[in-house]
Structures are given as C-alpha cells and as structure tokens.
Write a new protein. Structure first.
Length: 254
C-alpha cells in the first residue's frame, strides 16, 4: 500500500520561474519507503494562468475556481487531495531537501501530534539566505503554546505557518483554511494548535522568498483596521475551539 502526502499550492498571477523552482524543490524530495507525493496546484481565479507552466508529471493535479483569495483556493484544492497528510507550499517558495521525510517521520511515529512546522530561511533577491534567531527548540509543541506566544508577541507566532504539514482529518475537522483575505494560514496554525500538540523541526524546511510581489509586502497586509479584524477572528475562533473541545472558556488574555 502506498501512502500519500498532498502538497497544496495556491496560485495567483504566477511567476513562471518561481513556480518551476517550487516544483523542482518538490521533485528533489526523497520520501520514506511506501510513500509518494502529489502536487495539487490551484489557481485562485479562472484566467488559465497555469496553462503551459506546469511540468509533464502525473503527480501534478492542476485546477482553478472563482477567485476568493488563497484560503479559498487552498480549501478548494482539498477536493482533489487524496493524501493522509497535507503539506503547504506557496508558489514562490521552495522546500528544503529532506523536509517531507522529516514531516512524515514525526507524524507516523507520534499519533498524538497533529501537525508539524520547521525552521525557515528567508531567500533574498540576491540569492542569499537569512534565518530567524529566535526559533524554538526542536521537539513537541504543547497544545495552546502557539496561541499563547501569538497573543503575547503582537500576533506573531514562534513557528511559521508556511511550513505546516497537517493530518488530513484534522485539517478537514477545522474547516480548512480560514476565509480571510490574508493570514488564513496563521488562522489554521493557531486553530490546529488549540486542539492538538504539534512539532517543530530545527532543520530548515523552507526557503521563504522575499520579493516585492509577495502578498505580505503589500501595504494592505498591514492596514490597521483590516489587520485588527483578521487577528480578532483568528483569536475568537481559537477561544471558541478551546471551549468546544476542552469544556472551559480559554484563560488566555484578551
């Protein structure tokens, strides 16, 4: 029996060389015996932007749908995803060698862990990389720890949502990615940690491309009114999950 990990990539106005680099980083992965990957690439819109951009690889499943933002695109992609694990990969980022094997290893060895994340290296325009100097230690992350840190540090998590690998059943139980114009991946990470332990790998798992076209570089991403609304919805969802799954209101600060 072959086990499958589904790698999901939302695409909007793709940069061909970035998308190809994302594929190359996926194709270079070596998985444990009995495992394979599939790449679910979902256009956020119906422009046909993916036409001619994807390699001829039977493991790739392209699709499109009405434009609704990256959270909607990711969640629509789940309709074609067959893997028992789901890995996120943005169209302008690259997986580091070995990350899928590490994710699979943790999640198959520890059934109480629902998700994994890993260290990120920023990929700068000149090709150099920069790491974050406040990463947590390698190992399990207790339920609620990401929410606590996020609330205490101006809505910044100590682990990066762009590196998330999550069990399919947990992802579906949480409703997929949040229907927000941005921070939908943070919302999923916070929700997953509210109901489940996770794991952080100190080995770099992602090259996170820094460039002017990325969503987080736009002024709208940090516009105060919208950002406050996004953060409140993410926070209130986590508090509601705490109450629903654990039978008591969250004690975390407002």
């Amino acid at each position: 029996m072959t086990h499958l990990i589904s790698v999901i990539t939302p695409v909007y106005q793709p940069v061909p060389e970035f998308l190809r680099a994302a594929y190359d980083s996926l194709a270079a992965q070596e998985l444990p015996a009995g495992w394979d990957w599939e790449w679910i690439v979902q256009e956020d819109g119906e422009s046909g932007a993916l036409s001619g951009l994807l390699p001829d690889d039977s493991r790739i499943s392209p699709g499109s749908g009405r434009r609704g933002g990256p959270g909607v695109a990711r969640t629509l992609a789940m309709a074609r995803a067959s893997g028992e694990l789901v890995k996120v990969l943005d169209a302008d980022d690259q997986l580091m060698f070995g990350v899928l094997a590490r994710d699979i290893g943790v999640l198959t060895a520890h059934e109480q862990i629902g998700w994994t994340t890993s260290r990120v290296l920023d990929l700068l325009p000149d090709g150099s990389t920069v790491g974050f100097d406040l990463d947590p230690l390698e190992g399990p992350i207790k339920r609620g720890a990401v929410l606590d840190h996020w609330l205490a540090h101006d809505y910044r998590a100590q682990v990066h949502p762009a590196t998330l690998c999550i069990r399919r059943d947990l992802l579906l139980a949480l409703g997929g990615w949040m229907a927000l114009p941005a921070s939908e991946d943070t919302g999923l990470l916070i929700a997953a940690n509210t109901v489940s332990d996770g794991y952080f790998s100190a080995d770099p798992g992602l090259l996170y491309r820094k460039w002017p076209g990325q969503m987080t570089s736009h002024a709208s991403h940090v516009e105060p009114t919208e950002r406050a609304a996004r953060m409140r919805v993410i926070r209130d969802r986590a508090h509601a999950l705490d109450l629903l799954f654990h039978g008591a209101p969250s004690s975390r600060a407002e």
